[in-house]
Design a protein around this ligand. Structure first.
Ligand code: NDP
Length: 327
């Protein structure tokens, strides 16, 4: 049986993505074959399409780090043919053929049964960005309660940040977002944030080891200096989560004092190898108590023929909103 897939080829040092026909035998070994209903476009997918060896070592390759669909073959007794499932993270779309193909074959341990309260499409509207946001909020709300004060979301207009704002608002937290422009400010306020501050307002030039205590918690998605300031301005006993490095991999001016004098906790978030128990628990919350209205607002659904044009747009920073790939 033949199916369609994006395939990135390395030819004379250039990386060329094409839509081709593949056979089931071309898929890697694994326990479960899934007929993919939806995938989504993430920055990692765009990098994989363009030969970024940090994401994908071996070419030819099929990108797509997120997939939802229906099981068509399974050698695992826990996973039945016909079940609707979600796969995000692990090696999917990195060095294992991913959701930009109509079928994937993966180890059973990567497969999460889709909870009842969301559709296959909604699962991919969340995708890795929504799941990472949910993991961040999951850690924060364990410790920080809404009455403790405002929570700062850094990178609030981005994929992870905007989902984080929505979840925190839904759970009754007062949210302040760090934004980079007036358009981002309006967007973040439309998600229910109480206020926003600009990157300049969030910045600090004093270099003091601890700053005024402003935030009960911080969800950071950018790393670097904004994370350092977030940690140094967190209130006594607060929690800071961090998942990204778009503003830098270092944490400048950082020191132990917020941790040893204010009991601040810094929690790292990894969506890729997140253990299965937490994975299932988080998807459950995304399907019921954390699920907001109008999940598909700002979502653009495209077919496989249009996805490569969207990859280009993403790399040129011309893409607004989330792109879903419907097979
Ligand atoms: P996006 O590009 O969608 O969002 C990033 C946001 O950060 C944008 O709103 C951007 O604003 C803003 N930003 C950029 N630089 C700064 C800065 N110096 N100060 C404050 N804000 C800034 O990315 P995602 O939300 O999808 O991902 C965020 C990070 O999380 C990435 O580093 C990504 O690799 C990582 N990630 C990690 C995962 C994990 O498992 N740990 C999983 C998924 C993502 P603007 O658009 O105006 O530049």
């Amino acid at each position: 049986m033949k199916f369609k897939a994006v395939r990135v080829f390395e030819e004379e040092g250039r990386f060329i993505p094409r839509i081709i026909e593949r056979s089931m035998e071309d898929l890697p070994a694994g326990d479960v074959v899934i007929r993919v209903a939806y995938s989504s476009l993430n920055y990692k997918d765009a990098l994989s399409c363009t030969g970024n060896r940090g994401v994908t070592r071996e070419y030819p390759h099929t990108p797509g780090i997120d997939a939802s669909g229906v099981v068509v073959e399974s050698t695992d007794s826990q996973i039945q043919v016909g079940e609707e499932v979600i796969v995000t993270g692990y090696d999917l779309g990195m060095n294992t053929d991913g959701g930009f193909g109509e079928y994937i074959r993966v180890p059973a341990s990567w497969v999460v049964r889709k909870p009842e309260g969301i559709s296959l499409k909604e699962a991919m509207i969340y995708g890795t960005a929504g799941f990472t946001a949910a993991l961040s909020v999951y850690e924060l709300v364990e410790v920080v309660k809404p009455e403790a004060g405002p929570v700062l979301v850094i990178g609030a207009a981005g994929g992870v940040g905007s989902h984080s704002v929505k979840f925190l608002v839904k759970l009754g937290y007062e949210v302040v977002g760090v934004v980079g422009s007036e358009a981002e400010r309006e967007f973040v306020l439309s998600l229910g944030a109480r206020d926003t501050i600009s990157r300049e307002e969030a910045d600090d030039k004093s270099g003091k080891p601890m700053l005024k205590q402003l935030w009960a918690g911080v969800v950071d998605t950018v790393g670097g200096n904004p994370l350092s300031i977030g940690i140094r301005s967190t209130k006594y006993g607060g929690v800071v989560t961090t998942c990204g490095n778009v503003a830098g991999g270092g944490i400048p001016e950082m020191n132990v004092y917020p941790f040893i004098l204010r009991g601040v906790r810094l929690i790292g978030i990894d969506s890729v190898k997140c253990p299965v128990g937490k994975r299932v628990d988080v998807w459950k919350r995304l399907s019921d108590s954390w699920k907001g209205e109008n999940l598909d607002r700002g979502v653009l659904e495209v077919g496989i023929e249009e996805i490569l044009e969207k990859v280009k747009k993403m790399l040129n920073s011309e893409l607004v909103g989330r792109v879903l790939l419907k097979h």
